[in-house]
Every structure is written in C-alpha cells, then in structure tokens.
Design a protein around this ligand. Structure first.
Ligand code: ADP
Length: 489
C-alpha cells in the first residue's frame, strides 16, 4: 500500500510539474502575443490618422485638426487618442514617464511605443506617432490602452489550466492507485507473506502469483528457493543426527583414551594408600600396636580407604557418557579439580604445574564433568609437550577477557571468562597449527595419541557457548585459551 501511495504521489508530482511549466509558458506566450497585437493595432490606427490630421491641419487649420482627434476617440473606446506637443511644456505635452528619447525620435519622424506600469497589474500601452505639420513645431498623436483586457484573458487562461490540471490529477491518481493495487501492492503483500512463512520455517505452502511480470517471476523464484531449502533442511537434519551420533562416539573414545593415560598415574595414586593400608593392617594383625595406637591405625586405614574410593569415583564420573548438564559455578573450582587429577603425574615426569587465579570469583554456566575433560586434555597435551623437552613449566590462569564472538554477526566486544594453559614445551609448527582441532590429527606416535583430544574439547567448549584459541611458537611453547561466557553474579 505504501509503495502504491508513493508511486501515486510521484506520478501526481510529475503531472503538477509538467502542468505548471505548461501554464507558465502558455501565459508568457499569450502575454507577448497580446502585447504585440496591441502595438500593431495602435500603429494601424495611428499612422493613417496622423497623415489625415497633418493634412487637415494644413488645409483647414488647427481647430479642425483637434476636432478630428476628438471625434476619432469615439470610434473605439478602448483606445484613447490625444493630441500632444513633443517640443514644448504645455498641458498637451508628452507624458513625463515616457522614455527620454521619445522627443528626439518623434523629431526624426519615428513612432515610439512604451508601457507604463506592468502588464498584469493595471498598466497601459502608450504609442506616439509624429504628425507632419510643415512648420518648426513637432506634434504627435498619443494612443493609450489599458492591459485590462489582456489581464482578464490571462486570468481566464490560468483558470482553464488549473481546472484541466485538477481533472488530470484526479484521473491519474485513480489510475495510479488502481494499477498500483493490482500490479504492485497485492503481489508484494503475497511475497512478504511468503518470506514470513519461510522465516517461520513453513516451506511447504507455495506462492500463487499469476502473470509474467518481474514480481511473478520473483514469486516463482521464491517457490523454487523454498523447495530447495526444504530439501536442504531434510538433508541437514539427517546429517546433524549422524554428526551428533559420531560426536558422542568420539567423545566417549576420547574419555577412554584419557582414562588410559590416567590409569598409569592412578596406579601410583592408589599404590601409596594401598601400601599404607597393607602396612597398618599387618601391624594390627601381628599385634604390633594395641589400644590407642591400634585405634589410630584403624583411623588411618579408614582415611586411606576413603581416599581410594574418592579417586575411583572421580574416574567413574569421568568415563561416563552423558549430555551437557550445566550449573552456575566458580570457574577456578573446576580448574582446580582438573589440576588435581593431572598434577601428580606431571610432577613425576618433571613438569611443574602452577595455577594463578587472577579472579577467583568468576562464575560460568558449566557442566563440570565435561569441562574437566577439556582441561585435562589440554593439561595432558601441555605435559607431553614439556616432557618432550625433558621437563618444563605449565602455567594456568583464570581471568576476565574481552572478545568479539567469532560467529557474531555484529562485532561487539563482550566480557568472557578465560582459562589460559601455557606451557614452555616443544610448540606447534606453523604448518600444522591449523589442523590441530581436526579429529584424529596427531603428531604423536602410534599408540601414543589418538588425535581426538582437541576436537572433542573444542566441541565441548562450543556447547558451553565458548571456543578455544591457540597461540604457539615452535620450540618456545604454546598457550591454549578456553573462552566461556561469563555469568554475572
Ligand atoms: P593427541 O594429543 O592425541 O595427539 P590432540 O587433539 O589432543 O590429540 O592434539 C592434536 C595435536 O596437537 C597433537 O598431536 C600435538 O601435535 C598438538 N598439540 C596439542 N597441544 C599441544 C601443546 N600444548 N604443545 C604442542 N603441541 C600440541
């Protein structure tokens, strides 16, 4: 409707401009024509009259000539004729408003014509024609006529043009409105409806637009597009469910791999409490301790048993497959949990792990189990990278950072929680750094690495609404940053 209205307004605007230009040029042309017609009339009357009066002046004297001038006034009341002297100051002199050269021109026998005032607002046309008297004095006839008639004619013209313009505008507006409704507003409304339906996900209802114009063509293209979208959507659904299934398998495989890595450390972790338990049990059994000491031994055995079941519990939690279950929690708490799992193994291998929490209060919406998996993957990788150098340092920090989300349409900076894991290990070469997040990409020996850790970790970070960044220099070290949306407390 708005488009139809705009087209109608432009259409009418155009017509108004053309008609205004037509009216103006018409009035100008008519004014010029009228004026030249008046001048011609004046000369046609005055010139023969001047000859006649000049003759009468010579033959019958001045009085008869003046009588002739008076009587000629009665013939046409629109034109006033008067006798004037061009050379002296008498009541019958040339009008003082006349152009300066009027006198000299009349003396040379030339007629003069001029306009007093303006044509539109009650001006008059004056014409002086010399009369040959045969003496020294210069006499002339003055003809004057008002522009009133011309004015009335122009007014009439204007009225005619205005009426015609209004009629044309009304007709054009009606035609433009009806045409706009039929050929633009209705098809455009149908197209908008179709676009909205596509936006809502309704790809089935086709758009019915008859005709062969551009809008009908657009409608056909939209139908075609929604058909293609529908088939792509179907394909995408199938692919997505297949991908989800594959991802879940990958994640499970990765957990099992990490469990394998951990079991070496686990043997050590469990070995110490088991030794303690075994020793204390023997002491009680062989009655080496009695009374309070025996009770203390039993307490130590209890503590160590709890420690073992805690470790086993963590491992069980870790290896379980399940979907994301998030809750608000402090990020440092989760990082500490992951660190506790890896730190003892790392230290055994000569790799020191140090945590620096710049802001311990930072909160995220986190699935602790899954996030621990991400962090252990990164920590184990950092440990391996240092190990290859014969030892090293891993620095972990939790801080707030500002980033633009890599998939955001508008590039606004937002605040996120960042967990940085930096090592001074072997680093990643420039040739492979773009591939490290690909599933099954590994630079490790067969049996040592599955190439699943980073791809699974990236998937988990994305499910949390975040992502993972990496910076590395060969032989200097690597820093992975896990970015998570920040939850305001
Ligand atoms: P995997 O550890 O089983 O090889 P990942 O997906 O965890 O699989 O890692 C892929 C590859 O990325 C590794 O093989 C290694 O080349 C590289 N990489 C990952 N983390 C680091 C790191 N901290 N330092 C050096 N290289 C790394």
């Amino acid at each position: 409707m708005r488009l139809t209205f705009k087209i109608t307004v432009f259409f009418i605007g155009g017509i108004c401009l053309v008609m205004a230009w037509h009216g103006m040029t018409n009035v100008e042309r008519e004014t010029e024509l009228f004026e030249s017609q008046m001048r011609r009339d004046h000369y046609a009357i005055a010139q023969p009259l001047a000859v006649m009066i000049g003759q009468a002046w010579g033959d019958f004297g001045e009085g008869f000539a003046h009588e002739l001038v008076r009587s000629s006034n009665e013939a046409d009341e629109r034109i006033r004729i008067r006798w004037v002297w061009a050379d002296v100051e008498t009541p019958e002199r040339i009008r003082p408003e006349a152009p300066e050269e009027t006198g000299s021109k009349l003396a040379r026998g030339k007629a003069v014509s001029w306009i007093d005032g303006d044509q539109i607002h009650g001006g008059r046309l004056y014409t002086y024609v010399p009369v040959v008297l045969g003496g020294e004095r210069i006499g002339a006839l003055e003809l004057s006529e008002s522009f009133e008639r011309q004015q009335a004619y122009v007014e009439d013209s204007k009225l005619r043009i205005a009426t015609t313009t209004i009629l044309i505008i009304l007709l054009a507006a009606a035609i433009a409105w009806v045409t706009g409704l039929l050929f633009i507003a209705r098809p455009v409304e149908a197209l908008i409806g179709k676009a909205r339906a596509i936006g809502r996900g309704d790809l089935e209802t086709p758009l019915e637009l008859r005709g062969h114009d551009e809008l009908s063509q657009l409608g056909r293209e939209m139908n075609l597009m929604s058909d293609q979208l529908a088939s792509t959507r179907g394909r995408l659904r199938e692919e997505t469910s297949a991908r989800i299934a594959a991802l879940q398998q990958l994640r499970h495989a990765d957990r099992l791999k990490t469990v394998g890595t951990l079991s070496a450390g686990l043997a050590h972790e469990l070995g110490t409490p088991l030794n303690v338990i075994s020793m204390r049990t023997k002491m009680i059994e062989h009655a080496e301790v009695e009374g309070d000491k025996a009770r203390a031994c039993a307490a130590i055995i209890g503590e160590q048993t709890e420690r073992i079941s805690r470790i086993i519990g963590q491992l069980m939690d870790f290896a379980r497959v399940r979907s994301l279950r998030t809750e608000e929690m402090k990020v440092t708490a989760v990082v500490t949990q992951a660190l506790e799992l890896i730190k003892p193994i790392a230290e055994k291998k000569g790799v020191q792990m140090r945590m620096e929490a710049r802001d311990t209060e930072l909160v995220g919406e986190i699935d602790a189990d899954q996030f621990v998996q991400v962090l252990t993957n990164l920590l184990v990788n950092a440990m391996h990278a240092c190990e290859e150098q014969g030892g090293g340092q891993v620095e972990i920090s939790v801080e707030e950072v500002e980033r633009i989300h890599p998939e955001a349409e508008q590039g606004d900076l937002e605040r996120y929680v960042a967990v940085k894991i930096g090592d001074d290990g072997v680093g990643i070469s420039r040739e492979v750094i773009d591939q490290i997040f690909e599933p099954f990409f590994t630079t490790k020996d067969v049996g040592q690495g599955s190439g699943l850790g980073l791809s699974v970790s990236y998937g988990i970070a994305r499910e949390h609404g975040g992502w993972i960044e990496v910076e590395s220099r060969e032989e200097e070290g690597t820093e992975f940053t896990v970015i998570l949306p920040r939850k305001e407390e």
